[in-house]
Every structure is written in structure tokens, then in C-alpha cells.
Design a protein around this ligand. Structure first.
Ligand SMILES: [Zn+2]
Length: 298
């Protein structure tokens, strides 16, 4: 599978480049506070592609979102990347199908105009850079790399103090090379960006996490990053993932996002949802539901 979805919205084309997909995490690993009775109540609409009861595993995709407008090619979030030394075995020195899947889109590295990251965790910045003659260089030579100031400053301060992410030297090998090449643009969260892009602060999962709005005459898409990792969190929004850095804040942000965008003509594009990823939020009597664009409600 090269992409999780493809959608034409007027002159805007949305698609994805998959690094890995499938059933990977037990419910208690991904969502440590989940109760078995909660899971069982939601099992019906999730099985088997989002949750496989036989193996007791939740499915999650890692993908880069590709947006092609009339004038530009934009990538959002760049997975873990190849050949990167990481402290977690499942991220360490990977060789995945991402590159082959990227090429299958017909794009070349030179074609990318803009790279944006919802946050600077290990699985969102990897293909920002690639190894060339023993050095990490920006993968996309003509791209501007857009980083939100809050998240960037937090990681830069940690790096300046001699620290790094528990996952490895992510900032050093996947963010700094873009800065050193003069390709990074650090933007305030309120700044107007090109082509109808706008950032919305969604802190909690990481300190400066942002959701990215794309709003133009073709429609409104919200790239919500890791505000939710799995569609079950639409039904059970009190559940944080294991990877959320500030639990209470992540929960508050998730609730706010659900309330703000339910029943509106906004297509959601969360970073890790399987079943084609894209959908709309609906309010129902006992909370919220996720209607996947390609069918199947949750
Ligand atoms: Zn993630």
C-alpha cells in the first residue's frame, strides 16, 4: 500500500505516504487508562481494521500527508525516517517503504515547496532529513521547513542545555540541519501562512503541538496531528495516549477540538488513524462520533 487515502477537493489534492501501518499496540499500551468494559462497548464499530479483538491489538498508521494545490506541494509530518539512531528498537535504524511510497506519488524531493510538522516527536520529523555522505541534510532541497515557535523553542532550549528527547537526538539530526541550511522558518502560531494554511495551538501531547488548518475555496481540512492517536478517543476523549507529555492539558485540548469542529464542514486528518484516516466529527447524544469519509462510523 503506498497511501492511506487520496482525495480531490476542487483543485486541492490530498494524499498520504505511508511508512508503516497495521495492528501494533495493545489497548493498555497505547491508552494506559482504558478500561476493558469501555473497550468492549466500542468494539463493534472498530473490528477488525481499527481493533482486532482476536489479537487484542489496536491499529495505527504512520504517514506523511501530501497536499498539492494549483501552485505548491506541501508535506505535513515526516514519519520516523530511515537510518536514524533511536533509543526505541521499533524506531531505530529503520529501512521502510516510505521512500518507495513517496516515489510512487510521482514526486521528486525537489518538487516539495513546504514541509510542516505538527510537533517535533520522533515519528513526525524523520524524513525532514536524509543521510548524504555521512551527514544529515534536508531531504527536500527546495522546501521551506515551517516549525511552530513554541515547539521549536522548547526543543531548542533542551538541545542547548545538552539534553535530548528520550527517543534520541531528534532535534540534532532532523530539525537543526534544516536550520543550518537556511531552510527553516520559525512562525508564531497566529501568523498567516501561505495558501490558506493557519496554525492552531493544541498543546498537551507536546508543549507546542499545533493543528494545521488548510482553508481555501476548495474546502477546510484540519490536520490534527496527535491530539488523538486512535479513533476510539473520539468516543472516549478522556483517554490520553502513552506518548502525551502533559496529560491534563492533552485531555483539555482534545475536548476543545471535538467541541469546536463537530458538526461543521471540516474534514479531519489525524496523523495516525487507519481506515483511510479522513473523516468528520459528529456530536451524538452521549458525546462524539467519527464518520470516516470512506464509510464506517465510529
Ligand atoms: Zn505521532
Amino acid at each position: 500500500m503506498s497511501g492511506m487515502f487520496h482525495l480531490s477537493l476542487g483543485e486541492t489534492e490530498l494524499s498520504s505516504v505511508v511508512e508503516v501501518s497495521g495492528h501494533r499496540y495493545t489497548p493498555e499500551f497505547l491508552l494506559p487508562e482504558i478500561r476493558r468494559d469501555e473497550l468492549e462497548a466500542e468494539q463493534g464499530w472498530m473490528a477488525p481494521d481499527l481493533y482486532d479483538p482476536a489479537r487484542d491489538l489496536l491499529a495505527m498508521v504512520r504517514q506523511t500527508n501530501v497536499i498539492r494545490t494549483r501552485h505548491h506541494t506541501i508535506l505535513i509530518d515526516t514519519c520516523v525516517g530511515d537510518c536514524k539512531p533511536r533509543n526505541v528498537a521499533s524506531f531505530n535504524m529503520l529501512q521502510t517503504a516510505w521512500l518507495e511510497n513517496f516515489r510512487a506519488t510521482g514526486l521528486r524531493f525537489e518538487d516539495v515547496d513546504l514541509v510542516m510538522c505538527t510537533h517535533l516527536h520522533v515519528d513526525h520529523v524523520g524524513w525532514n532529513t536524509r543521510l548524504l555522505d555521512g551527514r544529515w541534510v534536508p531531504t527536500f532541497p527546495n522546501a521551506r521547513y515551517v516549525f511552530a515557535r513554541g515547539e521549536y523553542d522548547h526543543c531548542a532550549a533542551l538541545h542547548a542545555a545538552g539534553g535530548q528527547s528520550p527517543d534520541g537526538p531528534i532535534f540534532a539530526d532532523s530539525v537543526l540541519p534544516a536550520v543550518e541550511a537556511g531552510q527553516a522558518v520559525i512562525v508564531d502560531e497566529t501568523e498567516e501562512l501561505a495558501e490558506g494554511f493557519l496554525l492552531e495551538p493544541t498543546p498537551g501531547h507536546s508543549p507546542g503541538h499545533v493543528a494545521i488548518h488548510l482553508r481555501n475555496r476548495d474546502g477546510h481540512v484540519l490536520f490534527s496531528g496527535d491530539v488523538m492517536h486512535h479513533p476510539v478517543q473520539v468516543r472516549l476523549p478522556h483517554l490520553n495516549s502513552r506518548f502525551c507529555e502533559d496529560g491534563p492539558r492533552a485531555r483539555e485540548t482534545r475536548m476543545r477540538l471535538l467541541q469546536a469542529y463537530a458538526d461543521r464542514d471540516v474534514i479531519l486528518c489525524p496523523a495516525h488513524f487507519e481506515r483511510g484516516t479522513l473523516g468528520r466529527l459528529r456530536s451524538v447524544s452521549d458525546g462524539f462520533r467519527y464518520d470516516f469519509l470512506n464509510g464506517g462510523a465510529g
